[in-house]
Design a protein. Structure first.
Lengths: 319, 347
């Protein structure tokens, strides 16, 4: 196989698997930057995937090609609302945030599968007919050289994910809102003294993490699996969490890490059809994202420091 | 109300609230909650066979619960019980398949292998936490996936020749019990339950009766104070994770040597390690509590399989109930607050 063709396949497959990770990791950045640990990303993705597939199957006749996009909007809303359970438990009820996140993951899978069986009477939905297709971007795909590599056979959500990551970076680091959100996660008491409503800020950040997790799940289900069952989201949320940490709680870093994980994932899938890679046992590529995250945390690839007040409930008046 | 009563009351109230919420969900989605719960009860305890199945599932739950509870006492959250369980499973099956020895040597050897594999899988996050202050939650999650993919690779390429399952373990390494099979109508209950009970006592003894346990608990309460009192915090952290991993690894041996007798390719986690988190939390991170909680969750999970059959209720309802129980236990603050309020109003 020609080298360029191999590269085209790898890039398009990487971007396909990276998009949901980018969205979900951005959700994690919002939540953890405000000081709420969010292990529940997996559950938020499950909710997003579930509702988008149900919506898609129900309304695809009426909405046609717009269905997947509107399903993403619905998933944003449902993901956000679902995340409020995590917010209530960990912010108002002072539950251990990691435990609450684990409970969210259980709850999401339980609720989703219960409703799937209730609605469809079986453990797996039908395959959707309207989904995010891999397209050639008009105009851009004809640029010699890079056109074929970056603008052919790629879904639109992949581009949007990258643009949104830049936007989130801008919001977090260049706007007053972003400064307030980060201050709540670093030193909530100081933020409170300056008149920032810590509780409201954290609720909103967790809501946003649900919105983004919802998008991530919806994009994953509507571009990769195309149906919903109990194994649709199996670890993507945890991988997004890894991307967020690998990216040092920074939106652009998280995006870079998600792209890299997407790359590793795609290599393990398409590697069989590419010379040289065939010789490497796929297990190395499968475990690469996780090993790298551990190495990153251990400081071999620059130290990853969490926001100071990450995981600490804020109790007014307590020193 | 004393703290002791409160600590007992919160799990009980949480379970009741969880079951009530489950009933409400059944009612709203058009099922009969009474039928649903009767089916659940019958599916868990209705016949000798079901009792056997409940206890069989409780066996690995006890180990996973002990693993997580043990680490919790040192202030560590071991989400990696799942991965430690998988490596223990593989190690036990490996020894069970590869050797042909008399039972008195073979079975303990296979169990020991699982124990060591799990301990090693817990040692890595323990070491990283102790030496480099890397958060154990993230490392153990990552270790879970490494365990999953590596074990799948080993099953396919080392333990079998491109098959989906390993060969069956030799009978000399098996935990299966003709006695239990006879009294429980051929359920899969096996001798591992004895080992689980021993493990409960061992954990209770280490935590409550030894200097080591005192040090581990002390580190869990306050690291700086423990350091100042002359305890080695780093050693405690590593040791706690190693023992925790060993418990989880033994849970894997229960599946490998008792329940299945082989290992197979898994596309996703068994969930036992994650359910162990629920078991540990509900059990208040104490050994006797874990035992009770493990039997309760074993009953819920096994009983749920009867719900679609007898009452037409999807068995996933039980997963919702379990998730809600964890949420309620974790939100103990609000339960304490409401109880205190109720009491004040009663006065």
């Amino acid at each position: 196989m020609h080298f360029m063709t191999a590269l085209e396949i790898i890039i398009s497959a990487s971007l396909l698997s990276a998009a949901p990770l980018i969205f979900t990791a951005l959700g994690g950045v919002f939540s953890e930057r405000s000081g709420v640990v969010n292990i529940g990303l997996e559950g938020l993705m499950i909710m997003g995937a579930f509702i988008s597939i149900v919506f898609n199957l129900t309304f695809s006749h009426a909405l046609g090609a717009w269905t997947p996009w509107i399903a993403v909007v619905v998933a944003m809303l449902v993901g956000g609302l679902f995340a409020l359970i995590h917010a209530a438990a960990s912010i108002s009820f002072r539950a251990d945030q990691t435990v609450s996140g684990v409970a969210i993951n259980f709850l999401a899978l339980g609720v989703a599968m219960f409703l799937i069986k209730n609605i469809y009477g079986k453990g797996q939905t039908n395959t959707i007919s309207e989904y995010f297709q891999q397209v050639d971007v008009p105009g851009l795909s004809h640029i010699p050289g890079i056109g074929k590599l970056f603008f052919q056979g790629i879904t639109y959500p992949s581009y949007i994910a990258i643009l949104i990551a830049i936007l989130v970076w801008f919001i977090l680091y260049k706007t007053p809102f972003g400064l307030r959100l980060r201050s709540v996660g670093e030193h909530p008491m100081a933020a409170d003294t300056m008149g920032i409503n810590v509780v409201k800020m954290r609720y909103f950040a967790v809501f946003l993490s649900g919105v983004f997790g919802g998008i991530g799940g919806a994009v994953y289900a509507q571009s990769i699996t195309l149906n919903f069952s109990s194994s649709t989201i199996s670890g993507q949320g945890y991988m997004a969490l890894a991307a967020m940490i690998f990216g040092k709680w920074n939106p652009l870093g998280a995006m870079g890490a998600a792209l890299f994980f997407g790359f590793a994932q795609s290599l393990s899938i398409v590697g069989n059809s590419i010379p040289y890679l065939k010789e490497i046992p796929s297990v190395y590529l499968l475990i690469a994202p996780y090993v790298l995250t551990i190495l990153a945390l251990a400081g071999f690839i620059g130290r990853a420091e969490a926001p100071k007040a990450d995981g600490v409930p804020y109790i007014k008046g307590e020193r | 109300m004393s703290n002791r009563t409160l600590n007992l009351l919160i799990p009980v109230v949480s379970v009741i609230l969880g079951l009530l919420a489950g009933a409400l969900i059944m009612l709203v989605s058009g099922y009969n909650p009474v039928d649903g719960y009767i089916a659940l009860w019958n599916g868990a305890f209705g016949q000798a066979f079901y009792v056997g199945e409940t206890l069989r599932l409780a066996t690995p739950y006890i180990f996973a619960g002990l693993a997580i509870a043990f680490a919790f006492r040192t202030g560590l959250f071991n989400i990696g019980a799942e991965g430690q369980l998988i490596v223990g499973w593989i190690a036990a099956v490996w020894v069970g398949v590869a050797f042909d020895l008399p039972k008195v040597i073979h079975l303990p050897l296979a169990i020991l292998a699982a124990c060591c594999a799990g301990a090693f899988w817990g040692f890595i996050p323990g070491l990283l936490k102790a030496r480099l202050r890397v958060h154990e939650v993230i490392v153990t999650i990552m270790m879970n996936y490494i365990a999953l993919h590596t074990s799948n690779y080993l099953i396919r390429n080392v333990l079998s020749k491109q098959q989906d399952t390993t060969p069956h373990i030799h009978h000399s390494a098996s935990l299966s019990s003709p006695f239990f099979q006879k009294i429980t109508d051929f359920s899969t209950l096996h001798n591992g339950i004895y080992l689980a009970l021993v493990a409960v006592v061992v954990m209770w003894f280490i935590i409550e009766k030894t200097t080591l346990g005192f040090e581990l608990k002390s580190v869990g309460f306050n690291q700086s104070a423990s350091e100042y009192a002359g305890m080695s915090v780093n050693r405690s952290i590593i040791l706690s994770m190693v023992i925790s991993g060993a418990f989880a690894g033994l849970g894997g041996a229960m599946e490998g040597l008792g329940n299945y007798g082989f290992a197979f390719l898994q596309s996703n986690f068994s969930g036992i390690g994650f359910d162990g988190i629920a078991v540990a939390l509900l059990g208040g991170n104490t050994a006797p509590g874990v035992l009770i909680a493990a039997v309760l969750f074993g009953a819920l999970k096994v009983g749920s399989l009867n719900m679609p059959v007898d009452a037409n209720v999807p068995n996933e309802l039980v997963n919702i109930v379990i998730a809600l129980i964890i949420l309620f236990v974790a939100s103990g603050y609000i339960i304490k607050w409401s109880l205190a309020r109720l009491k004040r109003e009663a006065k």
